[in-house]
Ligand binder design. Structure first.
Ligand code: KIV
Ligand code: ZN
Length: 514
């Protein structure tokens, strides 16, 4: 018997999350995140938008062939070509879903699609009918649903359920919803549509007014939705999407009120958050609920006193329940290959071949020579670095030297390979990072604009590796490069080269909503 209180967690980090400027991921990075999402036990993984690029198609196909427990889903616009591409990419999946959508608001239909409501109605029905030829699990989203005319929406949604849509996802595409109104509109849809009981109802909210989580929960409690679409760390275009970790912990912590069941392994929340942040270069703000570095830190004396007397005076969740562990030294200089390999397995990191394990182990040894305590975060960062150099990147860091002294202009010399050829360049700048970027640019001449430069410590203490994100923009394209090292100037050089590699790659992606 189906559980009426089961709340389906649909993760769209790899699709809607990836639509944030600069968050695009390689196939290997997507597979790594998908594996971690499966460890987290999400019900559905939206792996991408197959028709958007050959790269996305291949990533979805690889994820479909890897993931066994979660349903793997691809987005597709409401046309036969997109749907066929989605079906092809999903073919290896043990459990698959096609998610098709079309805009239904007057504004989007008239200005973006240039279609009449009648044409949209027809196309929505045809798309679902076509998608049902490939799978019984078909989701339909009315894009900009919350700004659509309720009568028209009822007609379209009744039509697509008739065609066999099994999930209806009420999208608040531009984050315009207000909890009570959004929840009530969903309830009205479910009450007025005669065949509404034939589908699972879902919510999909954006955070433009900071209400994505509140709107999603109102959609569940007032509207009767039983699926929430969300992303890790709330990653997503503009202000982002509903944050998975907030939804899951709200429903779990306040089970007295929500009375819903989620299948998530909450101890995997923080590791997943860290992985997504590290791969995309989107740092998590310290005061972010659940996954921010300060979320469980009690600084004030009164709170500390309370916590020491009884934890629940100021703590409504336990840090360890969401996967925060005291920074544990896991390996050191004397650890051998087997211990390293075992730790990779415990972290859910699967390297494709023994050669890759060997290369990662060599990097680990190099790091352990320079840093006596190796933490899980260090291992995750070095595996990311290793995967980058495996992707046959155009630019690869080799070494650098840098000089700065009070009263003198900083200077840097860097050796890196470009297209397999090793070269050395020199540069000066206002600071050491500026000098290194100028040195690289004296050869690369990318013409890119630096939009963001951020440095974060991977673990605690001054021994920590620094993780640098560099966001570059060129001809309307935005990419993030991430690099880590004990020396933050080296980390900056790696991040800059990684961003240049992304600009070089021809993996142009189509945004489904444009
Ligand atoms: O925000 C949105 O409308 C979407 C749809 C494609 C579901 O992401
Ligand atoms: Zn969206």
């Amino acid at each position: 018997m189906a559980d009426a209180n089961k709340l389906i967690i649909f993760d769209t980090t790899l699709r809607d999350g990836e639509q944030s400027p600069g968050a695009s991921m390689t196939r290997e990075e997507k597979i790594r995140i998908a594996r971690q999402l499966e460890r987290l036990k999400v019900d559905v993984i939206e792996a991408g938008f197959a028709a958007s690029s050959p790269g996305d198609f291949e990533a979805i196909k690889a994820i479909a062939g890897t993931i066994k427990e979660s349903i793997v889903c691809s987005l597709s616009r409401a046309n036969d070509r997109d749907i066929s591409r989605a079906a092809e990419a999903l073919a290896p999946a043990a459990r698959k879903r096609i998610h098709t959508f079309i805009a239904t608001s007057p504004l989007h239909m008239e200005k973006k699609l240039r279609m009449t409501p009648e044409q949209v109605y027809e196309q929505a029905r045809l798309a679902v009918r076509f998608a049902r030829q490939f799978t019984d699990d078909v989701e339909f989203s009315p894009e900009d649903g919350s700004r659509s005319d309720i009568d028209f929406l009822c007609r379209v949604l009744e039509g697509v359920i008739d065609e066999g849509a099994t999930t209806i996802n009420f999208a608040d595409t531009v984050g315009y919803g207000v909890p009570e109104l959004y929840g009530n509109m969903l309830r009205t849809l479910r009450e007025r549509i005669p065949n509404s009981d034939k589908a699972v109802w879902s919510v999909h909210c954006h955070n433009d007014l900071g209400m994505a989580v509140a709107n999603s929960l109102a959609g569940v409690m007032i509207g009767g939705a039983r699926q929430i679409e969300c992303t890790i760390n709330g990653l997503g275009e503009r202000a982002g999407n509903t944050a998975l970790e907030e939804i899951v912990m709200a429903v779990r912590t306040r089970k007295d009120f929500f009375n819903l069941n989620v299948g998530i392994d909450t101890a995997q929340i923080v590791p997943t958050s860290k992985l997504v942040s590290q791969i995309t270069g989107f740092a998590v703000q310290p005061n972010k609920a659940v996954v921010g570095a300060n979320a469980f830190a009690h600084a004030s004396g009164i709170h500390q006193d309370g916590i020491l007397k009884a934890r629940d005076t100021y703590e409504i969740m336990r840090a360890e329940d969401v996967g925060w562990t005291a920074n544990k030294i896991v390996l050191g200089k004397l650890s051998g290959r087997n211990a390293f390999k075992q730790r990779l397995e415990e972290l859910g990191i699967q390297l494709d071949s023994e050669a890759e394990v060997n290369a990662a182990f060599a990097r680990f040894k190099e790091l352990a020579d320079r840093k006596s305590e190796i933490f899980d975060e260090d291992i995750m960062a070095l595996v990311s670095d290793e995967q980058h150099s495996h992707d046959q990147e155009f630019y690869n860091f080799v070494s650098l030297s840098q000089h700065s002294e009070t009263g003198e202009k900083p200077a840097a010399k860097i050796t890196f390979s470009a297209g397999g050829k090793e070269l050395t360049c020199e540069g000066q700048g206002n600071g050491p990072v500026d000098a290194i970027v100028n040195a690289i640019e004296s050869n690369a001449q990318s013409g890119a604009e630096l939009l963001l430069f951020s440095v974060n410590a991977i673990t605690t203490g001054t021994q920590s590796q620094g993780e640098v994100t560099m966001r570059l923009s060129k001809s309307g394209r935005i990419v993030n490069g991430v690099g880590s090292d004990l020396d933050i100037v080296v980390a900056s050089a790696k991040a800059y080269l990684s961003a240049l590699n992304k600009l070089q790659s021809k993996n142009e992606k189509l945004n489904p909503q444009l």
